[in-house]
Write a protein that binds this ligand. Sequence first.
Ligand code: FIX
Ligand code: ZN
Length: 427
Amino acid sequence: MGTTAGGTSRLRESVKRIVRETPVTDMHTHLFAPAFGGLNLYSLDDLLTYHYLTAETMRWSDLPYEQFWSLSKRGQAEHIWQQLFTAHSPISEATGGLLQVMKELGLDTSSRDLETHRSAWDAWDAGAHVEQVLGAARVRDLVMTNDPFDDAERKVWEAGEGRKDARFHAALRTDPLLNDWPAAARKLPELGYQVSEEWSEETKAEVRRFLREWIGKMDALYLAVSMPGDFVYPADDHRSRMIDEVMIPVCREAGIPFALMIGVRRGVNPGLRLAGDMSMRSDTGAVEALCRRYPEQKFLVTMLARENQHELAVLARKFRNLMIFGCWWFLHVESMMEEMTRFRVELLGTSFIPQHSDCRVFGQLIYKWGRSREIIGRVLADSYERLAGTGWRVEEADIRRDVRDLFGNNFWRFLGRPEKALQEEEA
Ligand code: FIX
Ligand code: ZN
């Protein structure tokens, strides 16, 4: 018999403490290990120019978009600070999040002087900063988003430097293959693959070889793609052919999941660049058809529209080869996370992945995981409290096991890599 978690308020406190303390595997980020040089973003100006904040700034700013983009990163950061932190109160998720990061790293957030904050920040050693952030956010390891079509990134992989730090796992991102095939077909020959735009046997074999070789080079944990909301499957189109004849066979052979992030409409306002993407309702029928047609293939799925979330959670009850994950992008706000986490627990117990951070800049791990832990802790505290009310003995060891499942082990088991699971003694 273990220790029971105690009376009601003690139980709530234990749950929240365990959720705060348990390390996490962050299964989708856009962060890079320090070996990736300039791709690894960690400065205060990087945080300020995050595309979430750029979009919010442009609601206030009178600057023509191109004039904003022509500013240096430093100039853009100053404009954003001025609009969002000086001229208005920073109460949105992203602005409040930045202040939380600054506070936890020891800056005096009562001061509105950006220059003072910058000089304190710039004095920090980059490597030490990365360690400090991982420690403060209790992120044990994380998954990058790795794009072999990106020239700067490819160099690092080709030099054998990409997986030097074992805490940074790779995910092979394949958007151009599905979403911009003409561009992918132009690029692949440059990378040494005999591909043409025509869907020939040779092209298919060569794209399979490309994926196979890059999965190997990166030791990729999964193949990933983001899809627009109007993605349909099956269909008589390029996407269905690429999925059926290339992606699924390669994933099956490598024994890795296929991750689909569905529901983004890219560039609805091109002037905003990366900040100009929109969310879009999707048809969960495409995921249903994939899960049914390929019962041996695992699918990691997240959707961007709030309207799709309940149906997606129900779908996960029907297919054990479907793992739903995260509160993605515009859903990574308190009200949406709370709502989604509650009905996911109600429908699926602990058999899902409640959150990924999607961070692009290191410090963001602190606020994104801080907020997520707070919300997940609250939802779980309610659940265990109800459970205890039935007379069930809620053991502290059970809570720890469940939180380890949610924060990493559901992911690692789904991947068939239980050896990477979070261990009891790590908490
Ligand atoms: O496609 C993705 O992986 C998205 O998460 C990003 O492209 C998006 O820009 C983002 O950073 C959202 O958080
Ligand atoms: Zn992402």
